[in-house]
Design a protein around this ligand. Structure first.
Ligand code: FAD
Length: 388
């Protein structure tokens, strides 16, 4: 007898989730698909596409309806990132940072006044960025140097951030700075900084290997003064905000890499069925079938891990280990599957006329941002070995 409260299979979606997934999938194929190559070549996110993402509610998925958002779940945000990344991981990371880092941080830590001020904008027309990394602090994120000094009621920021996703298009930045470097991580404070704040400018935009349509820029703060109302959470609690949001964000990167792998597999499988050598389609050779079967198995395992981590998060259960594992594993799968997809295409896989070389380039970032693979392993080791 099946018990009423038996959990469903991990890959089974509720009715609303299925409708949502199908809508995002269709949108990605029809509206993003035709733009992928030109956006990659021009290193620009299409402005009309960004407007459409807002119109579809994909930029404020978890924002409660009372603040103008879609009132969805974290799982839905993950499905959106997966589906979009199957077509273009650059657009996937735009949606991912907005939902799983910026909006997540605001929902969890913003005051009521800040929520009323920013969540409707983030849901309707404002892109968010999340600025933690600096030139000398990447994996060791809390060694950051950007200073925030108290001056009367204001805080004055000085310093530089590096590698900030969405920065070129963003209107709101969550910026981590230290009030007191001698206090270590306990001095770190998160600030909400608007694009036009005096003393805040964008620096160099990076010219990247992959996800080229996604902007990655330096941020420069030079006597940038903001009021105390711009502190997110409490002074000195920035490290907690960063740790907690990045734990969730990692599932988003897992979803981005899962989507990328799914997209690459689809291209490879279709190619194998169409391309003929030795008088028959490649897909009729067992060696080819086995490669595609192995890729599909890897993708299924990554999907189970990503979905499980997202379901745990939505269920209010511990998900730290699962988040680190799913990011670690999905980024390996993405690199492996995209690489094999290039080989399945043969020479055509190596040129820009076909989509797989871009996915291969895009896959590399999964092992680097939001905690490198080595950092994920360190977390996994702590959470597994530490429990013995
Ligand atoms: C395209 C892109 C977008 C990004 N977007 C953002 C963003 O929006 N916001 C943001 O704040 N940051 C962002 N980042 C920064 C990203 O999170 C960092 O690049 C990443 O955390 C790694 O830091 P690092 O580059 O300083 O490398 P390092 O920390 O210098 O690491 C270099 C190598 O050393 C290894 N390593 C480091 N410490 C150890 C150790 N203790 N043991 C073993 N190995 C170790 C690492 O795993 C890695 O292999 C982005 C980066 C890129 C490339």
């Amino acid at each position: 007898m099946v018990q009423q409260d038996m959990p469903k299979a991990l890959t089974q979606l509720g009715e609303d989730e299925q409708i949502f997934r199908d809508t995002v999938r269709r949108f990605a194929l029809e509206k993003i698909g035709p733009l992928v190559r030109s956006m990659d070549e021009s290193q620009q996110m299409d402005a009309a596409l960004i407007r459409r993402l807002f119109e579809l509610g994909l930029m404020g998925i978890e924002v409660p309806e009372q603040y103008g958002g879609s009132g969805g779940s974290f799982f839905q945000a993950i499905v959106a990132v997966e589906e979009i990344s199957a077509v273009d991981p650059s657009v996937g990371v735009l949606v991912d940072v907005q939902n799983t880092l910026v909006i997540n941080a605001l929902i969890r830590w913003a005051s009521e006044e800040q929520k009323r001020r920013y969540l409707p904008r983030l849901s309707s027309d404002t892109i968010g960025s999340y600025a933690l990394s600096e030139a000398s602090s990447g994996s060791d994120a809390f060694a950051l140097q950007t200073r925030a000094a108290k001056r009367g009621d204001d805080y004055v920021l000085n310093g530089q951030k590096l590698w900030i996703t969405n920065a070129k298009e963003a209107g709101l930045f969550i910026v981590f700075a230290t009030l007191d470097p001698s206090a270590g991580y306990k001095g770190i404070t998160a600030f909400l900084i608007e694009k036009d704040t005096p003393g805040f400018t964008l620096g160099k935009k990076e010219d990247k290997l992959g996800i080229r349509a996604s902007s990655t820029c330096e941020l420069i703060f030079s006597d940038c003064a903001v009021g105390a109302s711009q502190v997110l959470g409490e002074p000195g609690k920035g490290y907690k905000i960063a740790i907690e949001t990045l734990n969730e964000g990692r599932i988003g990167i897992g979803a981005q890499m899962l989507g990328l792998a799914t997209g690459a597999w689809g291209h490879a499988a279709r190619w194998a069925k169409e391309r003929k050598q030795f008088g028959k389609p490649l897909a009729e050779f067992q060696a080819m079938q086995f490669q595609l079967a192995e890729m599909a198995t890897d993708i299924e395992a990554a999907r189970l891990m990503v979905y499980n981590a997202a379901r745990l998060k939505d269920g209010g259960l511990d998900f730290l280990k699962e988040a680190a594992m799913c990011k670690y594993f999905a980024s390996q799968v993405a690199e492996r599957v995209a690489s094999l997809a290039v080989e399945v295409f043969g020479g055509s896989g190596f040129v820009k006329d076909y989509p797989v070389e871009k996915l291969y380039r895009d896959a590399k970032i999964g092992k680097i941002y939001e905690g490198t693979s080595f950092m994920q392993l360190a977390t996994i080791a702590k959470l597994t070995l530490g429990k013995l």
